[in-house]
Ligand binder design. Structure first.
Ligand code: URA
Length: 209
């Protein structure tokens, strides 16, 4: 599908299967999410710009590649986004972080904002929005809208699982924002959950209900 990258690396798929299993503990789920996030981060940053810089190794001078393109902002859609954020920061510790606090109204399934904070120079950075579950896409669409209002110009969206309905909606609203996901599941159920899915990502991360 145009603008959607499914990261089908065997390590990602194996870890995702353990996360889907309802017997996996809270601690195990959180650890796996962090590990998968590093692998997703590796893929979403694959085309970052490099240029050659002169350095001295203990043996000789060489021209070696260093990152020289746009700096990064990771934008976490609270609260489950924080699970992906940790792994992303493990790989790019110097990235800036934005937080978008949205909750899903259980009746209407629409996104309601309760918190927003982003770096001042977001317009000059590549913004990677992280939220594990792209279900109805209501929160993802709203989060990207807010980030664009705040000045973000170049964005990518990273999730763990997506529903076909969410992918279609998100691409329709934000065709300029590519999606990176570990899997696209069958569908949404009547409560807005991805099936077969893994349940509520926030609850599974934090042991809430
Ligand atoms: N959010 C979740 O955490 N899980 C779903 O299945 C859908 C939305």
């Amino acid at each position: 599908m145009d603008g959607v990258t499914v990261i089908d690396h065997p390590l990602v798929q194996h870890k995702l299967t353990i996360m889907r299993d309802k017997e996996t503990s809270t601690a195990g789920f959180r650890q796996l999410l962090r590990e998968i996030a590093t692998l997703l981060c590796y893929e979403v940053t694959r085309d970052l710009e490099l240029s050659l810089t002169e350095i001295e190794t203990p043996l000789e001078t060489m021209q070696a590649p260093m990152l020289t393109g746009k700096k990064l902002v990771f934008a976490s859609v609270l609260r489950a986004g924080n699970g992906l954020l940790e792994g992303m920061l493990d790989l790019v510790p110097s990235a800036r972080v934005a937080h978008v606090g949205l909750y899903r109204d259980p009746k209407t399934l629409t996104a309601v904002e309760y918190y927003f904070k982003a770096p001042d120079d977001i317009a000059d950075r590549l913004t990677i929005v992280v939220d594990p579950m792209l279900a109805t896409a209501n929160s993802a669409v709203a989060a990207v809208e807010r980030l664009k209002e705040r000045g973000a110009k170049e964005l990518r969206f990273v999730c763990l699982l997506a529903a076909p309905e969410g992918v279609e909606r998100f691409r329709g609203e934000h065709p300029d924002v590519p999606i990176y996901t570990a899997a696209i599941d069958r569908q949404l159920n009547e409560k807005g959950y991805i099936v077969p899915g893994l349940g509520d990502a926030g609850d599974r991360m934090y042991g809430t209900k």
